[in-house]
Design a protein around this ligand. Structure first.
Ligand code: ARG
Length: 459
């Protein structure tokens, strides 16, 4: 006779190959805490509506807590034959107390697994918010130690205009803050209880869904049983938010890789966060940053796998959905580990101020400032752009610095040029003139730093 929990109508158990192919316990066992919390809440509700006596509820609760501590301690025996985390725990419970046979009343693994995953997602998002705040703190700390360092800002990876290093790092603080708000937003839609939806069509038993939601800390209950057991949007959103975070981490990694090259030389990454070459004795490689850049491909892949998994499914639950867990787990694990190691690495980076100063001293970075100065004297911007462009061309031909082009040469381009517009070539003063909100002036950056420190102290 078939001994599975669903064996009633079967004459034999599954083929060994099928059992191996269909099981998920080897990866979904990590949901045990959520699964047990969900079962206790469900059993509690069943006792309130008279399906379980108080004694039966107590026995179930005790048995489940015992199972939980055995899993914590690593002594619980998982069985592949029991397919998944849900049936392993339920079967083990029933071995311990006959009341266990009543636990699955009005419940299906379909609403159960959706509940477990929503609980798990909510818990992990709390962890992520901490890790993202840690990353932001690391960036702020790095910026704070280098408030006087200027670097060229780049577009097209060509030197464009000078900025403070802190301004560049604060750009990442902004990105990681949007990542935080995406997660907070995704959590709102994860915060809905599917339990009570049954396999797909609810239950004839008058379950008190609101009570279960309250016990488990869900804000609401789902409104459509068909949607509730087949909806994976909350996972897609989470995986999408993770993919964006991974892309942000990858871009930061790319900046660090470029900056640590001999060609740039802006930073040195500490030995503890670099590795050597087995062949070239002189090498010190930014592997942590490179692996971070590489991992983003994997997190993007997890999102694509999940979207593809869901796209062709007819209503409602289909077993395909069992494949959702490993992809989401991978996405979450990868981003969490990367945030952790990258934040630690940022504390071990030294800035090479002399090289940065040298790079930013290129007067061409202030060409736009001369055009602006001409505009303030009444020259239309397009004419100003043309005048400075011609001056740059003269400098390129005669191999002189733009700041050293003689006044006579400027006058050849524009006879009426006012010599004091050429006073712009002081990079610190140039930055002090950038006064608007969002601009890289030192005053603005200091205000931004202060406001981030205050906001992050609360996180
Ligand atoms: N392990 C399954 C999953 O992860 C449980 C869901 C229900 N299974 C079923 N045959 N209806 O999706």
């Amino acid at each position: 006779k078939n001994k599975t929990l669903w064996g009633g109508r079967f004459s034999s158990g599954p083929d060994a190959k099928v059992q191996r192919f269909t099981r998920s316990v080897h990866f979904d066992k990590r949901l045990y805490k959520e699964d047990i919390a969900g079962s206790i809440a469900h059993a509690h509700m069943l006792s309130k509506i008279g399906i379980l006596s108080t004694g039966e509820f107590r026995a179930i609760e005790k048995g489940l807590k015992q199972i939980e501590s055995e899993i914590d301690a690593g002594t619980f025996r998982w069985k592949d034959a029991r397919e998944d985390v849900h049936m392993n725990i339920e079967a083990a419970l029933t071995e311990r107390t006959p009341a266990g046979a009543k636990l699955h009343t009005g419940r299906s693994r379909n609403d159960q697994v959706a509940t477990d995953m929503r609980l798990w997602v909510k818990n992990q998002i709390t962890v992520d918010l901490q890790l993202l705040a840690g990353m932001q703190k690391a960036l702020i700390s790095w910026a704070g130690q280098n408030m006087d360092v200027l670097i060229p800002g780049y577009t097209h990876l060509q030197r464009a205009q000078p900025v403070y290093l802190a301004h560049h790092l604060l750009a990442y603080v902004e990105m990681f803050d949007r990542d935080r708000s995406r997660l907070v937003d995704a959590r709102v839609r994860a915060d809905v209880l599917p339990l009570g939806s049954g396999a797909l069509a609810g239950s004839t038993i008058p379950l008190k869904r609101e009570l279960v939601a309250k016990t488990l800390g869900f804000a609401r209950v789902t409104a459509n049983s068909l949607d509730a057991v087949s909806d994976r949007d909350f996972m897609l959103e989470y995986a999408a938010a993770n993919a964006i975070t991974a892309v942000h981490l990858s871009r930061l990694a790319e900046d660090l890789i470029i900056w640590s090259s001999a060609e740039f030389g802006f930073i040195r990454i500490g030995d503890a966060f670099t590795t050597g070459s087995s062949l070239m004795p002189q090498k010190k490689n930014p592997d942590v940053a490179e692996i971070t850049r590489g991992k983003s491909g994997r997190v993007i892949g997890d999102l694509m796998a999940l979207l593809t998994l869901v796209k062709g499914l007819p209503m409602t639950y289909n077993r395909d959905l069992q494949e959702d867990k490993e992809r989401l787990f991978d996405s979450v694990d990868t981003v969490q580990e990367t945030l952790d190691v990258m934040a630690a690495m940022l504390y071990d980076i030294k800035v090479n101020k002399a090289t940065c100063t040298q790079a930013v001293s290129d007067p061409l970075l202030l060409a736009t400032d001369i055009a602006d100065a001409l505009v303030l004297k009444g020259v239309p911007f397009r004419h100003a752009h043309e005048i400075v462009g011609q001056a740059v061309a003269v400098c390129e031909k005669s191999r002189c610095l733009l700041s050293q082009l003689p006044l006579a040469d400027w006058k050849k381009i524009q006879p009426k040029i006012d010599p004091d517009v050429l006073d712009v070539f002081d990079v610190k003063k140039a930055l002090a003139r950038r006064l608007m909100v969002g601009a890289p002036g030192l005053k603005q950056i200091k205000a931004e730093m202060a406001s981030w420190k205050k906001r992050l102290a609360r996180k």
